[in-house]
Unconditional design. Structure first.
Length: 178
């Protein structure tokens, strides 16, 4: 790859995760710029022409899908990977339709993302087995989703989840929110 082809844009509203990804990709020889949402991304695109992009699906109150659409319109050849902690079939399908190359559930590391950049087509040999999901995992995902929706307000999250605030606090103590 040429230096121009190794320009990466990270669109992520979590500053610490964005900084970690940035450092990791810079160690691999990428020139990395970051944006924390659609507006910041539009500003970056005025001065940079990335060949790769990593886009978080939920960007505060905005959707990463609009970023994928904008990036694909900006450069249809750009390799775009969507990362999310809230994976669903519907958003995966829409991300691919809008121009993303791959859709990865968090936690996804730099190796996973870089491998996704390298896969141009589908893999007919992908196993069709169901992904086992435990009730505890489903519960934790729902708790985390509700916490994000309420800006981590424990009382409001507990009310929306239909549980006592202390019960939610105990669950959070057992398994820290990241």
């Amino acid at each position: 790859m040429t230096d121009d082809a190794r320009r990466l844009l990270i669109v992520e509203d979590d500053a610490s995760f964005s900084a970690t990804l940035k450092r990791s990709f810079e160690r691999r020889g990428y020139v990395v710029v970051s944006a924390n949402g659609p507006e910041a991304m539009a500003e970056v695109l005025k001065t940079h022409r990335p060949g790769y992009a990593v886009v978080d699906l939920k960007l505060g109150g905005a959707s990463g899908l609009s970023c994928v659409e904008t990036l694909h319109a900006f450069d249809p050849q750009m390799d775009i990977v969507v990362l999310t902690g809230f994976a669903s079939i519907a958003t995966a399908v829409e991300a691919i339709k809008l121009g993303a190359r791959h859709y990865l559930a968090k936690p996804a590391g730099t190796d996973d993302i870089e491998a996704a950049f390298g896969r141009a087509g589908g893999d007919a040999e992908t196993p069709l087995g169901a992904r086992p999901t435990s009730i505890k995992t489903l519960e934790w995902e729902r708790i985390h989703e509700t916490l994000v929706e309420t800006d981590f307000n424990i009382s409001e999250a507990a009310r929306r989840l239909g549980m006592h605030r202390r019960t939610l606090a105990r669950k959070l103590e057992k398994r820290r929110v990241t």
